[in-house]
Design a protein around this ligand. Structure first.
Ligand SMILES: [Zn+2]
Length: 238
């Protein structure tokens, strides 16, 4: 495993051409999940991907953009343009050191400037390719939709709670789990904080979560990420 516990010499000897960059958030996750939920999920998926591909795993970025969770102490965000520049800098530093393939894995749906940063880097650096994965993109796949009973998984929901039960059961406050699905579309988070629509900051049915679903979800997310990344790299001849 090549990651932050490896020495630079370990990494030089293995000389991987692929790096995996997990991105999460620090934000409220209802009464029952920790604020670090997103970066813990990003890190777990990225670790599975990096292990299978022999890639270099970067530490998960724990802070991004999450103004839609303002209204409760503990959520922390940066401006979208700061995030855009930070991602570009990280990707270009990997390129400078000889990485050719980079897999960016986002486990927080409220980041909208990852895509333009990745497009810019791909358009201006033909010798590398950055694949963008937003884990939400796999929700409608057969693999994930056959595991999830509720189709409305947005925040601190069946999906995130199942993953956390599997990854860090000790951090889940099971006695505080409470379902809530606001009667509005997701894009209403463009207009107000989630607290305008959901009193407890939950959007989904965490009561349906189980540890077993979490294990299946994690494996499916790792499989889908690898399948999608390989498809992009092959199509781009890289
Ligand atoms: Zn989350």
């Amino acid at each position: 495993m090549l990651w932050y516990n490896s020495t630079a010499e370990d990494i030089r000897k293995a000389d991987p051409d692929t790096a995996v960059l997990p991105v999460g958030s620090t934000e409220q996750h209802g009464p029952h999940l920790p604020v670090g939920t997103d970066f813990m999920i990003a890190e777990a998926v990225a670790k599975g991907v990096a292990e299978r591909l022999g890639a270099y795993l970067l530490p998960a970025i724990p802070i991004s953009t999450c103004r839609e969770h303002m209204g409760k102490k503990g959520s922390v965000w940066m401006n979208p343009d700061t995030f855009y520049n930070m991602i570009k800098d990280i990707l270009l530093s990997l390129k400078e050191q000889g990485f050719k393939k980079i897999i960016y894995i986002q486990a927080h749906g409220g980041i909208f400037t990852g895509t333009p940063a990745i497009r810019e880097v791909n358009a201006t650096n033909p010798d590398i390719k950055v694949v963008k994965i937003d884990l939400v993109q796999f929700f409608t796949s057969n693999e994930l939709s056959s595991i999830l009973e509720c189709k409305d998984n947005l925040h601190a929901c069946e999906y995130e709670t199942s993953l956390m039960l599997y990854l860090h059961e000790d951090l889940v406050r099971k006695e505080l789990i409470e379902d809530y699905i606001p009667n509005i579309p997701r894009d209403f988070l463009n207009y107000n904080s989630i607290f305008k629509y959901s009193k407890n900051g939950v959007w989904g049915k965490p009561s349906l979560a189980t540890k077993e679903k979490g294990e299946k979800l994690l494996n499916a997310l790792i499989d889908k990420t690898i399948e999608y990344a390989k498809w992009v790299f092959e199509t781009c001849n890289i």
